[in-house]
Design a binder for this molecule. Sequence first.
Ligand SMILES: Cc1ncc(COP(=O)(O)O)c(C=O)c1O
Length: 422
Amino acid sequence: MDVQFDPRQIELMKRVEAARGHLFYFIPLKSVGPISFIDVDELKKENMFTDAECESFRDTPIYMFGSNNYLGLTEHPEVMAAAIAAIDLNGTGCTGSRFLNGTLGEHRRLERKLAAAIGKEEARLLPTGYQSNLILGALATSQEDIIILDYLDHASIKDGARLSTFGLDKGFMYRHNDMASLEEKLKLARAKNPRNIFVVFDGVFSMEGDLANLPEIVALAEKYHAVTVDDEAHAMGVFGKTGMGVAQHYGLTDRVDIITGTFSKSWACIGGFVAANSQIINYLTWHTSPFMFSASSPPSIIATVDKCLDITVSEEGARLRKQLFDNAHHLRGGLKDMGYNTGDSDSPIVPVIIGNPDMTVVLGEMMLKRYHVFTNVVPEKAVPKGMEMLRASVMATHKPADIDDVLKSFYKAGVQLNLISA
Ligand SMILES: Cc1ncc(COP(=O)(O)O)c(C=O)c1O
């Protein structure tokens, strides 16, 4: 039986598919280490590039500046050894929900260790970071609950709101990091005499690389008696004295009510968590269907996260963070000096804002095909119109010489395309 698809979605899909060779969706890579390679035989089957273009990538090192592997731990020998040892000990998977056969001692140990490291009473692991933000569906279960979001919040937060009784209401979205706009929404919400108000935001915004204005968000939330939910996906491992995120960075962990996060970035694998006081975690455990009805993370993942956490809080973690920020300053400073716009980024995410959809694609294409630098081409829809960008990101394991090379390439491409002056 044929499925009757939505014609508007088919049209959109066709346009995106036609642009795939420019947006570089689904490029088959061999790793996300600082130097990567493209799997040329698979690339050829994708019909994105000509055969000659594909062949030009064969055995050619690619500078990986488009990953979230901030600490470079995907290739850390101790992390890889921990994952392999866990398979030897516990097998490859749990084959069920945490409620049934999916809880290993390792899950519980990691939950306790993570909660203690973050500085919250309890933590609950979820299979993905995406699912961690779906807790919003379990929190706002009445018409009397209101969810306030930053306009640029991650899609998983917006989907979490969609799962709630309140839903996703644009009338309750505040302008990005604009505290006057947030206060306006809080006043509006308070006037409705709600049961709960939730203010939900990315700790570090995933495309723009800027930080949530946590001190003011927390102060406003307290003024209007709202619950704060802070998604630290891009901040874990990166910000704070021991790498426990933006809340730790600002010394506000106690005053942020709920912290969510992911293991798919600094912590080198996949999975997510929610951390809060015991009462909240207990409630969420029994009411979050994306937790209840999804299988638990396999032993290799738990062991990977456990080892990444050990490294993050250690002296090695502190050294990696220092190198990460040195690398970020190096890349961002170099780009700014050339005349590129890197927005308000203050993290390892360095947007190169072009603000023109066609030129963004052309620059991305030139950087990959001619200069072998992989970045993420971010078109409109993923960011507001006028913010089209290449999203570049650094790792602690990039060498300063790699960054110099990449900067030279950005310079040559920018001058050739008239994006910057010589
Ligand atoms: C801010 C933010 N939150 C949540 C997620 C979802 O995490 P995951 O990909 O680990 O499911 C992402 C992933 O891109 C993200 O950028």
